[in-house]
Design a protein around this ligand. Structure first.
Ligand SMILES: NC(=O)c1ccc[n+]([C@@H]2O[C@H](COP(=O)([O-])OP(=O)(O)OC[C@H]3O[C@@H](n4cnc5c(N)ncnc54)[C@H](O)[C@@H]3O)[C@@H](O)[C@H]2O)c1
Length: 396
């Protein structure tokens, strides 16, 4: 299949380009290097060093024996998006090209507006360009489990049967997002659902859990092919951040009680699931929702797991609770379904503790690099919009 990846320079995108190529697909993609700039704005950098796209593409050609067609530009420009799709002629489009950070969207009005307009505009442009250029192609759009929030009900995959005053219908399950970023994903989901109905588009909306991990072993050890891994307060997702904290002897910082529950999956499982979604498209006009995660965990379970894995490397870690900068439920029911991907063939890669040990081993050589930006680990972005440093000092 010819698969176009919007957001191919990102954490998932650069890994997916290689995972799909290894499965025999022809991959191309676009990016405007925004993630690199956002992390720089947060005073940080990727813990795993990454090279320029020019060097990435050279390394790709050496390893896979073919060129990866790449378009550098802003997906907020419609002519740019249409031209890329016209030149590439995709069978499937994977849309990863959004700003993925809840804290970044909480900084101030400028960042909230940026995240929502960026995410809605890139989605609109891909939808309209697909209608114009590739109406039979399949859109795989990355949403997030965070769209559902934490309702006091079990969470189905996208839709549920409801009965009201004696009448029944199958309706989208209510979304109760917990940040401006997560609401941008809800709005994007609604637009994809409507476009699918309007233009007979085949669409898969992936409600993905929190991804963690460095690049899968199958990708080899050429450092030019490694994907990024962030640890700053806005772009470092929790397990990646804990592992970076562990390798520099920094306390593992839990927000609030740590009893919050979320769905998680390792990077290689995210790749497996996305490949399965691409290779098993729904029929035209169908809007399909897949809940994509391996298992639900409590956040404090991860702190314990990372501390234990770090201990095997002789790293002593302390677990610290900070005032929660977010507005979220800490004690809550959480039981989302996730059967559809299993039906498509998803088999979890397994041992999470082994995955953590691999991550720590890969991060240890970069401890000085992480230490150099350790200020970026601490959360001073608050959901209320008041930006103030938490009362907590870094160890010297
Ligand atoms: N990483 C996770 O844990 C996770 C979990 C759930 C959902 N997701 C979703 O998966 C997708 C990818 O996540 P990621 O972690 O790889 O993020 P990422 O920021 O690393 O990747 C997104 C890429 O899109 C590019 N991009 C964004 N806006 C653009 C624009 N206007 N023009 C051109 N390029 C643009 C960025 O430069 C970046 O390279 C996102 O939609 C995110 O919401 C990620």
């Amino acid at each position: 299949m010819r698969v176009f990846i919007a957001g191919i320079d990102g954490y998932l995108g650069w890994t997916l380009a290689q995972a799909l190529t290894a499965r025999g697909h022809e991959v191309g993609g676009a990016d405007g290097y925004f993630r690199r700039k956002w992390v720089d704005e947060m005073g940080s950098w990727s813990a795993i060093p990454i090279v320029s796209m020019k060097e990435r593409l050279e390394a790709f050609r050496e390893r896979y024996g073919k060129r990866l067609p790449f378009w550098e530009g802003d997906l907020r420009s419609y002519p740019f998006v249409e031209q890329a799709l016209r030149e590439f002629r995709p069978d499937a489009v994977v849309h990863l090209g959004e700003c993925p950070s809840a804290p970044y969207s909480a900084i101030d009005v400028e960042h909230a507006v940026f995240v929502q307009t960026n995410n809605l505009t890139t989605t609109f442009h891909l939808l309209f360009a697909m209608k114009a250029i590739a109406p039979e192609a399949h859109l795989v759009k990355l949403g997030t489990m965070g769209e559902y929030g934490t309702p006091n009900l079990d969470i189905p995959e996208g839709f549920f049967e409801v009965e009201y005053r004696g009448r029944k219908d199958r309706l989208p399950f209510p979304r109760q997002a917990g940040s401006w970023y997560h609401w941008s994903k809800v709005h994007g989901s609604n637009n994809v659902m409507f476009a699918s109905k309007l233009w007979d588009l085949a669409a898969t909306d992936i409600m993905q859990g929190i991804v963690f991990g460095t690049h899968p072993a199958e990708m080899g050890d050429d450092p030019r092919l490694a994907t990024r891994l962030d640890f700053d307060q806005a772009f470092g997702t929790i397990v990646n951040r804990f592992c970076c904290q562990a390798v520099i002897g920094h306390p593992l910082t839990l927000y609030g009680s740590g009893t919050q529950q979320r769905g998680f999956l390792p990077l290689q499982d995210s790749m497996q699931c996305l490949a399965l979604a691409v290779e098993n498209p729904p029929k035209r006009g169908e809007y399909r929702v897949l809940n994509q995660f391996q298992q639900v965990y409590r956040l404090d379970d991860w702190a314990g797991k990372v501390a234990k894995a770090a201990d095997a490397f002789g790293l002593k870690t302390e677990i610290r609770h900070l005032d929660n900068p977010r507005k979220e439920q800490e004690e809550h029911h959480y039981r989302p379904d996730h059967d559809e991907l299993t039906r498509l063939g998803y088999r979890p890669s397994g041992d999470m503790d082994a995955e953590l040990r691999t991550m720590l081993a890969r991060l240890l050589p970069h401890a000085e690099r992480i230490r150099g930006k350790s200020e970026a680990l601490l959360p001073d972005i608050r959901w209320t919009g008041d930006r103030s440093r938490v009362s907590y000092r870094l160890p010297t």
